[in-house]
Design a protein around this ligand. Structure first.
Ligand code: PLP
Length: 462
């Protein structure tokens, strides 16, 4: 199994190398050279299996010989044993033909745990075998950082630095990053927004000297292994609603286009998905792009769904790569234009994207109203991100086709917005109840590349 870069000018890598590398050396993102296929019979055979068994069967062909079957099976088992629901990703019904896929039963209460817990185990096995150490630097709008810290804290051969926008993450998100006491964990509050953090991270990856010196590795949603881990729950949920014998649609609250892209990969593998709907908050660059208004950066407008407060969706590059017929030069040129502010998507590429994705947006008021309405009509308390999804799904869904909306975080992660909307303040699960009492450890730092690199170099273990 070979992986190629979306910009066509980086070396081909195997799964393990692509995972440890993160961003390709030409600035692109790694994608499989070919998408392995699953037949209808193979999909039907997933019915009734545990989440871990589905994970093994769906991901195995993408891994190649990087890990043996037994090794990979043990990695998957360890990755999900901290989840507090036997189904890992349970479905609950909201309405006739409308289901919610609860992806918040992992240790940091957001869907990021599905990928990050797996990646933590994969990195640990690979590094131990290679006798190497690495420095993980991640940029987060809130949930990636806490999930990464949870997955890597205390590991011998990994130091973790997480950049988050100062003052723009929820208190629970911040505390999940600042309260772990392990000395290999470093939370950095950057004076800037998420796009600044993400841009600094990209610059670090493009500084090859720094990259070598610290053994830089990335676990942002550009990391292929994360996308792959997220493909699994599209299979487990669709099969439990009757696939491959009937089609199912998905609505996905989207920021960096990672989760929805995993759905697209599931469809490319052969899963009968009818529609894939991108749901954005008021930061709607993706919705604007998918409705033919070009791909242009705006200013981030802070919202009550902060994990989706993004203007540059990194993983969209992977979709563009396919939409432009896997032409790395064309993608390179588009990304250069993006540096200058934006680009028009060609007619052929737009047609491809429209065949794959629908889109909608939810305003702040609509998001709050959806939390209240959904609680009344179904008893389900939604986090604001999930509410963006439910709002868009309700507006666009075909009542004849089962719709699965992804619930990306637990409501207790965003208690202020949820209380404002519904009058109910969701409690943290018992295992986290002491979070507000633990000491915080965080470094406030300027949005300055030199300062960030200096801090990292000064704090990695030998
Ligand atoms: C990260 C995140 C999203 C957006 O997911 P992408 O893969 O970046 O599109 C949505 N909701 C929550 C709660 C998140 O943490």
């Amino acid at each position: 199994m070979k992986y190629i870069s979306t910009r066509g000018a980086a070396p081909e890598l195997n799964f393990e190398e692509a995972m440890l590398t993160g961003l390709a050396r030409d600035g692109g993102l790694y994608v499989p050279a070919q998408i392995p296929q699953m037949s209808a019979d193979e999909i039907a055979a997933l019915a009734g299996l545990t989440y871990e068994e589905v994970a093994q069967r769906v991901m195995r062909p993408f891994i190649g010989d990087a890990f043996s079957d037994d090794e990979f099976g043990e990695i998957i088992a360890r990755a999900y044993d901290q989840f507090n629901h036997a189904a890992r990703a349970p479905l609950v019904q909201l309405d006739s033909n409308h289901f919610l896929l609860e992806l918040f039963h992992g240790p940091t209460l957001a869907f990021k745990d599905f990928a990050m817990q797996l990646i933590g185990q994969l990195f640990q096995s690979a590094l131990a075998r290679r006798g190497e150490r690495i420095t993980i630097v991640g940029a987060t709008s809130g949930d990636t950082g806490s999930a990464a810290i949870e997955a890597f804290r205390g590991l011998d051969n990994v130091d973790v630095f997480i950049l988050f926008p100062h003052g723009r993450v929820s208190e629970v998100q911040r505390r999940q990053m600042t309260t772990p006491s392990e000395s290999n964990v470093h939370a950095l509050a950057v004076d800037g927004d998420f796009d600044d953090c993400q841009a600094a991270l990209k610059d670090m990856f493009n500084d090859f000297e720094f990259r070598e010196e610290v053994g830089l590795a990335g676990v942002n949603s550009i990391n292929w292994a994360r996308v792959l881990a997220q493909v699994v729950y599209y299979f487990s949920s669709t099969v439990s609603l009757g696939a491959p014998h009937r089609k199912v649609s998905f609505t996905v609250p989207t920021g960096n286009f990672g989760d929805i892209f995993a759905g697209y990969i599931a469809k490319r593998i052969g899963l009968p998905i009818d529609r894939l709907i991108v749901a954005t908050n008021q930061n709607d660059i993706l919705h604007r792009s998918l409705t033919g208004q070009g791909y242009r950066k705006g200013q981030v407008q802070p919202s009550i769904s902060p994990s989706m407060d993004i203007q540059v969706s990194s993983n969209f590059e992977r979709a563009l790569f396919d939409a432009y017929g896997r032409d790395g030069d064309a993608v390179t040129q588009l990304m250069d234009e993006l540096q200058q502010g934006g680009f028009e998507i060609s007619q052929g590429a737009m047609q491809y994207l429209r065949e794959q994705f629908d889109s909608g947006r939810a305003s702040e008021e609509e998001t709050l109203a959806t939390i209240a309405q959904t609680l009344t009509s179904s008893g389900e308390l939604l986090c604001p991100h999930s509410a963006v999804g439910v709002k868009v799904a309700n507006a666009l869904r075909d009542p004849e086709v089962p719709m699965i909306t992804l619930a990306t975080a637990h409501p207790a992660k965003f208690p202020d917005a949820v209380e404002q909307a519904s009058g109910v303040r969701p409690p943290l699960p018992p295992a986290m109840a002491d979070m507000y009492d633990r000491a915080e450890r965080v470094t406030r730092i300027a949005n300055d590349l030199g300062a960030l690199k200096g801090h990292i170099k000064g704090h990695i273990r030998a």
